[in-house]
Design a protein around this ligand. Structure first.
Ligand SMILES: [Zn+2]
Length: 404
């Protein structure tokens, strides 16, 4: 288990406090409009006492039971009566369930239980989407029906601030106290927000709003060289010759290798993201603007014509390697996020890189990796972009216009 991951995740959802506000103990209104409903979740390292650890295990187990029972109900309703059960219908039964089990389910926060039922509803909504998507395709894989969760994999209970959970900032910026129903008060240390904005790029594979960077794997550049070389040789080879055939096969093999390694890399990267973040914001995929080729050089002797551009050919190859990768990366990420109950928010990409994330002013970009705000000075272009994406998704408290 990685060092930053605590065994019990106390996740709190709150609409009205920004992260900074919580840390400083002040409540500041967020002064920008956002079409995305505001729901924030933060992850903290908690320091529970021994008896609390026991209660946390019980809390998770009871919520896990609730989740599985609700899943069972949906399943049987579908199998026996071909009926779909809504979240509202399940939530309406909570009162009776709690009444019948005062020492078990009855002890827990009502709203937290609703969150658990909502979580199941999200999993089902994603399942129905997959079924719909698969219908058009015809043959192919049948979407998997939502599964029961074993206790050891049920690691999250969501509380709503002010209802079953209370948050008390302490004098210190690092510490605070959180009180949860059926658990008690625990000292917590904020160490990582659970939501990130992710900026995709050419120079780096991705940049997160908290400043973390995932570099482009080196095999992409290495393979691009090999492929470019094979393509040149194949173009020179005589059509129909054995040499050309060999080169064509070698080229296909190299592309296959790129695809396999890239997919493997994407699975690993998305796994890390989904395991460490509860909400992930990405730009709406825009294949044309994603990787920029060098400007073509106009040919002075031939109006409307262009000089051969070696850089463009190479950039074109890099582009196709990266672009195909991005679509796949997003698909894998969305799939993993759905099955884990995480949220992926796609935002409008317009101006995310050139707008200052702090004040919303237009920056200048003297170099690919730097933007300069007239007020806030030079910033890392990718981190700035990732923070704007974070804000636009309704995950942050910046100034950027969400509808820009
Ligand atoms: Zn600024």
């Amino acid at each position: 288990m990685p060092a930053w991951k605590c065994q019990y995740r106390a996740v709190r959802s709150a609409g009205k406090w920004s992260r900074q506000a919580v840390a400083s103990g002040a409540v500041t209104p967020i002064n920008y409009t956002n079409p995305v409903p505001m729901r924030r979740a933060y992850k903290f390292r908690a320091y529970p006492t021994r008896p609390q650890e026991g209660r946390a295990v019980r809390l998770l187990a009871d919520h896990c039971d609730l989740y599985n029972a609700a899943l069972m109900e949906r399943r049987e309703a579908w199998q026996m009566r071909n009926k779909t059960i809504s979240y509202q219908a399940q939530s309406a039964q909570l009162k009776d369930i709690r009444g019948a089990d005062p020492d078990g389910q009855g002890r827990h926060s009502f709203t937290a239980q609703q969150q658990t039922l909502r979580r199941l509803a999200t999993v089902f909504a994603a399942f129905f989407d997959r079924v719909k998507a698969a219908e058009g395709v015809g043959e192919g894989k049948k979407p998997g029906y939502p599964r029961f969760k074993p206790y050891q994999r049920f690691s999250q209970v969501r509380f709503v601030n002010g209802d079953g959970a209370r948050w008390q900032p302490s004098g210190s910026h690092q510490w605070a106290y959180a009180t949860f129903q059926a658990f008690g008060t625990v000292k917590v240390r904020q160490y990582r927000a659970v939501a990130v904005g992710v900026d995709v790029g050419v120079a780096r594979f991705l940049t997160m709003s908290d400043g973390q960077v995932v570099a482009n794997p080196r095999f992409l550049a290495a393979s691009a060289e090999v492929i470019a070389d094979l393509q040149r040789r194949k173009a020179r080879a005589r059509p129909g010759s054995g040499n050309r055939k060999r080169l064509r096969r070698a080229l296909a093999r190299e592309w296959r290798k790129v695809r396999d390694r890239r997919r493997d890399f994407h699975h690993k990267t998305t796994r890390t993201l989904v395991d460490s973040c509860d909400a992930i914001a990405l730009e709406q995929l825009n294949t044309t603007g994603m990787t920029r080729s060098p400007a073509p050089a106009p040919d002075p002797g031939r109006p409307g014509g262009f000089l051969p551009n070696q850089a463009a050919a190479k950039a074109g190859l890099n582009k196709s390697i990266l672009d195909a990768g991005w679509y796949q990366f997003r698909t894998i990420l969305v799939g993993k996020a759905e099955s884990a109950g995480r949220r992926v928010v796609l935002v409008n990409p317009a101006g995310t890189s050139i707008t200052c994330y702090q004040c919303g002013q237009r920056c200048v970009r003297p170099r690919q990796d730097t933007v300069i705000c007239p007020e806030h000075g030079a910033m890392d272009a990718d981190v700035n972009g990732a923070r704007n994406i974070f804000t636009r998704a309704g995950l942050g408290s910046g100034q950027a216009d969400a509808t820009a």
